[in-house]
Design a protein around this ligand. Structure first.
Ligand SMILES: *Cc1c(COP(=O)(O)O)cnc(C)c1O
Length: 386
């Protein structure tokens, strides 16, 4: 990686000049913050006191024994406050916002999970929070809109364009350019122009910092493979980060077969950065549909694009149907209902485990809990009322 946030040919910052200036200030401030022991200490303290870290690395004994083969461990991001890994990044960026003297935090959200994590962190730090959301997404995610409002955030309906995530991103960027002097844009995944992918990775790396220490304590050795689902790629990059130099550890990202950016995408610039992405005939980001809303993104973080290209990362797809089966298997065998996103990683881990030996270890990053998905799965099984 260079100073400009390049990962091989991917990443970078392809934005208008006025936005570029704002992002440069952010990049400089982030470089200082990550080397400031006081900043790191406060981040660690909030993660401990508010998020509930460190979370366990649970041996999934029943699942492992049923499958045969490798031992499967689960990194329990599902046990974090608000039920997923997204809060790690939201806390880190809010601390940076505070450090930079921001008075308002803005964010965009599609399915609502990043909006809820941002609103939660803003409530905790007493910072004004504005969430941009496409008009259509607001209708589909009415309960998450209400959650954000309960947390004191203002949810702004974006009617422009299709009234979806992309339009919400445009609205949030417009707000940032206009109000950059007092406003911080809190991005939710390891995507977007520099410095966001590096920043999000830094804050999510706590996942593998913990899991590496935990697995060495429990097993006295490193895992054979680390497996995580990829939407934009933030939980996966955090789960991989501290194993990057351990060449023997396989790093496996699992995409939904319905949005396979890495497996079928081509290099292109979307949303201000270059990555492997799915394009339609006109060269625009292709609409995708995954049963897991958090994985529904036509692109992927630049570092994953690079890991794929160099071969350091392996990327595979799992269908919604396979994820749904894994959702049920993990619930029944371990008493843990996973998020549908995480169930993609579980599904692939079950297959990999069978191919490995008993002395092998797999760590699955359980990015979130499934409470949010129970109603959707119910409707898929029993038919929706509508
Ligand atoms: C948002 C989300 C994801 C996907 O986002 P990444 O940035 O790829 O991690 C995965 N799992 C859960 C539970 C999520 O909420």
């Amino acid at each position: 990686m260079t100073d400009k946030g390049l990962f091989g040919q991917f990443g970078g910052s392809y934005v208008p000049e006025d936005l570029e200036k704002v992002l440069q200030v952010l990049a400089d401030e982030f470089e200082k913050a990550k080397q400031d022991p006081t900043f790191i200490q406060e981040f660690k303290e909030v993660l401990a006191e508010f998020v509930g870290r460190e979370n366990p690395l649970t041996y999934a004994r029943n699942l492992s024994e049923n499958q045969g083969g490798a031992k499967i461990y689960l990194k329990r991001e599902d046990l974090n406050h608000t039920g997923a890994h997204k809060i790690n990044n939201a806390i880190g960026q809010i601390l940076l916002a505070k450090r930079m003297g921001a008075k308002r935090v803005i964010a965009e959200t599609g399915a609502g999970q990043h909006g809820v994590a941002t609103a939660t962190a803003c409530a905790m730090f007493g910072i004004e929070c504005i969430i941009y959301m496409g008009k259509h997404d607001m209708k589909r995610q009415a309960l998450n809109v209400f959650r954000m409002e309960l947390l004191g955030a203002k949810v702004v309906s974006v009617d422009a364009g299709q009234g979806r995530l992309k339009d919400a991103v445009d609205a949030a960027l417009g707000d940032l350019v206009e109000n950059y002097q007092n406003t911080f844009y809190l991005l939710g995944s390891a995507v977007g122009p520099h410095p966001f992918p590096s920043m999000v990775k830094f804050f999510q790396s706590v996942i593998s910092e913990e899991s590496k220490r935990q697995i060495v304590e429990k097993e006295g050795k490193l895992p054979t493979a680390v497996i995580a689902c990829t939407g934009g790629g933030s939980n996966a990059i955090g789960a991989f980060a501290h194993y990057m130099e351990d060449e023997a550890v396989r790093l496996i990202g699992v995409e939904p077969a319905e949005a396979p950016s890495l497996t079928e995408g081509v290099p292109a610039v979307i949303h201000g950065f270059k990555c492997l992405t799915l394009l339609d005939e006109e060269g625009n980001p292709k609409p995708t549909y995954s049963i897991a809303a958090g994985l529904d993104y036509p692109g992927i973080g630049p570092e994953h694009s690079h890991l794929k290209e160099t071969g350091r990362g392996e990327y595979v797809t799992v269908t919604g149907q396979q994820a749904l089966e894994a959702f049920k298997v993990l619930s029944e065998t371990e008493g843990i209902i996973p998020a549908l996103e995480s169930a993609h990683a579980v599904a692939h881990a079950m297959n990999v485990a069978k191919e490995l030996k008993q002395e092998d270890i797999i760590i699955v990053n359980l990015s979130g809990r499934g409470d949010k998905d129970v109603q959707q799965v119910f409707e898929m099984e029993h038919g929706s009322k509508e």
